[in-house]
Design a protein around this ligand. Sequence first.
Ligand SMILES: Nc1ncnc2c1ncn2[C@@H]1O[C@H](COP(=O)(O)OP(=O)(O)O)[C@@H](O)[C@H]1O
Ligand SMILES: [Mg+2]
Length: 306
Amino acid sequence: MHTLPQTFCDTITHLHSHKGQKWLTDFPQLIRYCEERWHITIHSHFPLSYHFVAPARKADGSELVVKLFVEPSKLLHEQEALTALAGENTVKVVDTDAEKGVLLLEKLSPGRSLSSLSTKDEAALIAARLMKSLWRVPHSDSTIETAVKREKQLREYTQMYPSGIDFLSSETLQHALSVFSELNRTSQQLFLLHGDLHHDNILQSGEAWKIIDPKGLIGEKEYEIIPFLLNHLPKTNVAETIDHRINIFVQELNVSKKRILLWGYAHSVLATCWLIEDEDRQDTASFSRAIEAFQHLFEYYYGHKK
Ligand SMILES: Nc1ncnc2c1ncn2[C@@H]1O[C@H](COP(=O)(O)OP(=O)(O)O)[C@@H](O)[C@H]1O
Ligand SMILES: [Mg+2]
């Protein structure tokens, strides 16, 4: 019997309304379906955010991970990204059932995430090295999301909220949009990126580290660094922390500090809109501090002009 945490149930109903409620009601049957179809026993889940994710064991003792999606389209995106990014540093797909929203993955062991590392510089260094091995030229027929589509999303928010939204003023929204447009307009080479490469989506596998949970994004290398910069930020000395992390990435990768700061600013504003829309209040204060920090660092290093 799998009991789901109330916060997870609330997230599912908030994000998927009736469909989410039905999914929660049918959840015990879905678990039974998976166990019967793949001859597995599903164990207690990992800490949950947007999806049900749990380790499972086959009759022969081998282990895997089950990830369940309310929206089959999200599963297809993750599957496409995992296939496009397949390699020795990417978690392997074992099987999928798109109709039922089930993704079976290789289980990574010990499976601790980069968040568990006590040396913060080491975490950034590992992430940077993983990025280097991951990035590749995208296929022309790819349906993976692009940075241009993200800009379009931000434009829609500015139109939907002409007087601003929450603590984001209309000036901030407009400014972020103009930065986003300028970055897309001046982008040089585009790469297939993970799209959400923060500490918790990098897990230890044996002696190595592997990526899980790619969103997939076609954009500049500099964009890939932003989710990592935004994650696990302190409440004070935010600009110093971000700057320190950026310097590690700049040293390890052939990337521009200026463009990281600009992507950081533009993306943080967009990501704040997502959080506000999802009524996910947990991270908004931290994102607000990060927006300020990106602005401050840009002014400090490159003057007032964006
Ligand atoms: N293949 C895996 N091996 C081991 N643990 C995993 C694996 N996939 C996910 N996990 C665990 O489950 C958590 C949530 O999985 P994730 O795919 O990131 O879900 P979400 O899309 O909700 O963020 C991860 O942070 C990790 O702790
Ligand atoms: Mg994740």
